[in-house]
Structure formats: C-alpha cells, structure tokens
Design a protein around this ligand. Structure first.
Ligand code: PGA
Length: 248
C-alpha cells in the first residue's frame, strides 16, 4: 500500500508569525500514520525546519530550477532547498506553469535535478477548465506525466498530485467518479512505467480539499492523500484533513 500523505502548499503566504500554525499542528499531532509535508515560501524553509526539530513533519520547497546553480535571478536551486533542510519539492504546479511559463520539458529537467539533489518530488498534473469541458482530461494528465517521469528507477521518491486547475482555490471539486477515473489512469501509467513499484507510489488529489469534503475524497480508490492549499494555512483547518486521511 502507498504511504498516506497530507501535503500543504502555502504558496506565497506566511511569514515568521505563521510558525505558530506549525506549533499548533505539532500539538494536535493528528495522525502518526500519515506523512505530513508543509511547503512554505522559500524564506521560511530553514526557520520552519529548525522550529519543527525532531517532529516528523517534513518541509518542502514549491519549485526549483533545472540548473544546479548559475545566473538565474530570483530562482532557487534544488541543492539550496536541501541545504535549508527541505526534503521535498513541489514541481509542475499549475501556478508555476501559468505564471512562469513552465513547460513539460522544463518540469522534466527540474525533476531530474531535484532527484540528483536527493529530494522527494511532488509532481503536479492536471487539466484546465477548457480541457475538462472538452473531455480531454485523461489525455492531458497522462501526457504531462509521460513527459515528466524519469527513466531512472526513482518511483520511491516521486509522489503524484492530480490537481484539476479549475478546482484550485475555487471551491469546485470533480465528481467522485471523475477523480476515480483519473487516479486509476495515473496508477495504470505508473505501473506501466515503473513496474511493480508504481503500485506503491502515492497519488494525491488536490483542489479545494477541505475538512468537509476530505473523507469522501479519501474514500475514492487510488487516492492516497491530498495536496492542500488554502486549508493547509492554519492548523485548525488542516488537522481534520489529516485525521480524515488517517481514518480512510
Ligand atoms: P487549494 O490549492 O487547496 O487552495 O485549492 C491546492 C493547490 O494549489 O495545491
């Protein structure tokens, strides 16, 4: 069985005062059976890692450059994330694809660099509203995955997050059977690509996951957790999602 993973994507939210939410999350200690990863802004990674100490909450970055270093103003290298104490990195988030023109080829190169640096990758895929309405969701998602997945035997260090772009931050969520169909297609592709190891990879759903809908989403086959934006920003909203995943 894949590990259960609850990942929080803080996006461009959070300063030093937000570390109080990590205190609250650690105090709630919602579920040892769930791997919790928080991906704060880069400025907070080192402080958050120090703050967490020996508690098993992991910390991740939200992107990294494909190059290991160089003249790339404003970017962050995978090795820098590791140096700051991060163990994970989100790659291919739709906001990076939209805001920074990140292509499948760029994401594939970032993924190789992040693997070389020793990071675990949360690889995001998902269709836009237009693609959803055109009925091309599975084609888009499988094409994004086929472009990004490495040829190396890295299954154990890659987590997939299926995030319909139209569901992110909107309160909209696909029907259960739609999520089930996409996650089944992702599972089949992972097993095709990685063999038996593909069956052990966690596939997260992301897009408007809240305490209210978490249990229903986690009951869907091949949903091994969630990538959570807005509801991960405070412990009171995130803890019940983690608890729902533990019960699933
Ligand atoms: P949301 O964001 O939970 O606020 O919809 C999810 C994401 O973008 O990862």
């Amino acid at each position: 069985m894949p590990r259960k993973i609850a990942a929080g994507n803080w996006k461009m939210h959070g300063d030093g005062a937000a570390l109080a939410e990590i205190d609250a999350l650690m105090a709630a200690n919602p579920a040892p059976s769930v791997d919790v990863v928080i991906c704060p802004p880069a400025t907070l990674i080192h402080r958050m890692v120090s703050h967490i100490g020996s508690h098993p909450i992991a910390v991740g970055g939200q992107s990294c450059h494909a190059a290991i270093k160089g003249a790339h103003t404003g970017d962050i290298a995978a090795g820098m994330l590791v140096d700051a104490g991060a163990t994970h990195v989100i790659l291919g988030h739709s906001e990076r694809r939209a805001d920074h023109g990140e292509t499948d080829a760029m994401i594939q190169a970032q993924l190789e660099t992040a693997l070389s640096a020793g990071l675990q990758i949360i690889l995001c895929v998902g269709e836009t509203e237009t693609q959803y309405k055109a009925g091309t969701t599975q084609d888009i998602v499988t094409a994004q995955l086929r472009h990004a997945l490495p040829q190396s035997d890295a299954a154990a260090r890659i987590i997939i997050a299926y995030e319909p772009v139209w569901a992110i931050g909107t309160g909209l969520v696909p029907q259960d059977d739609e999520i089930a169909a996409v996650h089944a297609a992702i599972r089949a592709l992972l097993c095709d690509h990685f063999g038996a190891a593909g069956a052990e990879m966690a596939i997260l759903y992301g897009g408007s996951v809240k305490a209210e809908n978490a249990a229903a989403i986690f009951a869907i086959a091949n949903v091994d957790g969630a990538l959570v934006g807005g509801a991960s920003l405070n412990a009171a909203a995130f803890s019940p999602i983690i608890a729902a995943l533990a019960r699933a």
